[in-house]
Design a protein around this ligand. Structure first.
Ligand SMILES: *Cc1c(COP(=O)(O)O)cnc(C)c1O
Length: 394
């Protein structure tokens, strides 16, 4: 059986472990070298200079391409670097259609940087093909999707959008950070480019900043390869190693994240201090059917709204096991307040329109025991209610 036929769990666990021909090292080593000797004039070992390619990064890039069912992978110094590299496909006069409930950094990149180069974007509910159609212009070049969105977990039908886009010769780009190739492979559904903040689930341990791009098609892969090398926001050999190490346990972690998030979302659903829970793993979540059709599992993060915005401050002060911190996808549980953290760069009117308001909290559920997570939330919510309601009675 060839490696390509292995199930994804096997391919993840074995990243790089059969590629080091000299010593047979089970862990592919860190090649900490920026330059590589040329055997003779006009000859190369395949490695010349680190920005173009490095052996450690190459193993990661090839594994990423296989995992996402793509033709080429590119490791970048951050998720934003990956996005910047992909957006460099576009220039003066080009227009993009982009998911409305968008990661704040992507919005900032488009509105404050890409706009300087004459690239414009329309933000629409990408699960509404009519809305996409209406925002399409003669100069539209691509549709950019996040699904599920963060923090509100809105689902887009990737296959439907990719079909619509390819009929018009537009690219479909998917930010697959929240589900990872373990649960969702957009290129198999017709997308052209997948991007990741590998800082999140792929790395998985809140210890490495990285981004990935995976492309389909020879021409597009060559174009991204050119941009990746020319822009130079590439991943270092040691961070490439660190990321591979994280990815080896991706399957185990994602199963546990999904399990824990489902338990915690159901717990909060019945809590008297909680008004609403947004998680595709819950019955009745809009888009759940599409999510189940295009993905084999659910992410480990969800959002919820407390009944009173005044609960937020004491809740964040009283959680102990769960850290009040700004990221997601690691083994440690983190809670984020999107309105003032991750989504602060999105104008208030857009935030309000999609529902990212001052009662909304985002919970990246780690791999701790669910009993401990429930107890941490229960006691912090209880303390918050006592502070607020106790105060009102005096
Ligand atoms: C974090 C994140 C990014 C940005 O990635 P960095 O690695 O922080 O640069 C982009 N998209 C999504 C969905 C993210 O969660």
């Amino acid at each position: 059986m060839s490696e390509k036929q292995w199930k994804i769990e096997s391919r993840l666990a074995q990243i790089g472990s059969i590629e080091e021909p000299v010593t047979g090292a089970v862990n592919f080593p860190i090649y900490q070298s920026t330059a590589f000797r040329h055997p003779r004039l006009g000859q190369s070992t395949g490695f010349d200079y680190i920005r173009t390619i490095n052996p450690t990064r190459k193993v990661l890039e090839e594994a990423s391409a296989t995992l996402e069912s793509g033709d080429a992978g590119f490791a970048c110094s951050s998720g934003m670097a990956a996005l910047q590299t992909v957006f460099a496909l576009f220039g003066q006069g080009d227009h993009l259609i982009v998911s409305l409930d968008l990661y704040g950094g992507t919005y900032r990149l488009l509105e404050r940087i890409l706009s300087r180069f004459g690239v414009t974007a329309s933000y629409v509910d990408t699960n509404d093909l009519e809305a996409i159609e209406q925002s399409c212009r003669p100069n539209t070049k691509a549709v950019f999707i996040e699904t599920p969105t963060n923090p509100l977990m809105m689902i887009t039908d990737i296959r439907a959008v990719a079909e619509w886009a390819s009929q018009r010769q537009l690219l479909t780009i998917v930010d697959n950070t929240l589900l990872t190739p373990y649960f969702q492979r957009p290129l198999e559904l017709g997308a052209d480019i997948v991007v990741h903040s590998a800082t999140k689930y792929l790395g998985g341990h809140n210890d490495v900043l990285a981004g990935l791009i995976v492309t389909k098609g020879k021409e597009l892969s060559a174009e991204i390869s050119f941009l990746h090398n020319s822009i130079g926001a590439v991943l270092s050999p040691s961070d490439s190693y660190q990321l591979m190490k994280g990815m080896k346990t991706l399957a185990l972690r994602m199963d546990r994240h999904e399990h824990n998030a489902t338990v915690l979302a159901n717990y909060l659903l019945t809590h008297p201090a909680v008004a609403e829970v947004f998680y595709p793993g819950l019955e009745g979540h809009p888009g759940r059917e599409i999510q189940n059709k295009q993905s084999s599992g659910n992410t480990g993060i969800f959002s919820f709204k407390v009944k009173d915005a005044r609960y937020v401050e004491p809740l964040l002060r009283n959680i102990k096991l769960i850290a009040f911190a700004e990221s997601l996808g690691g083994v440690e549980s983190l809670m984020t307040y999107p309105a003032v953290q991750t989504h602060a760069d999105i104008p208030a009117e857009i935030r309000d329109a999609v529902g990212v308001d001052d009662r909304l909290l985002r919970f990246s559920v780690g791999i701790e025991h669910t009993d401990d997570l429930i107890e941490d939330l229960r006691s912090a919510l209880e303390a918050a209610r006592q502070e607020i309601e106790g105060g009102e009675q005096q």
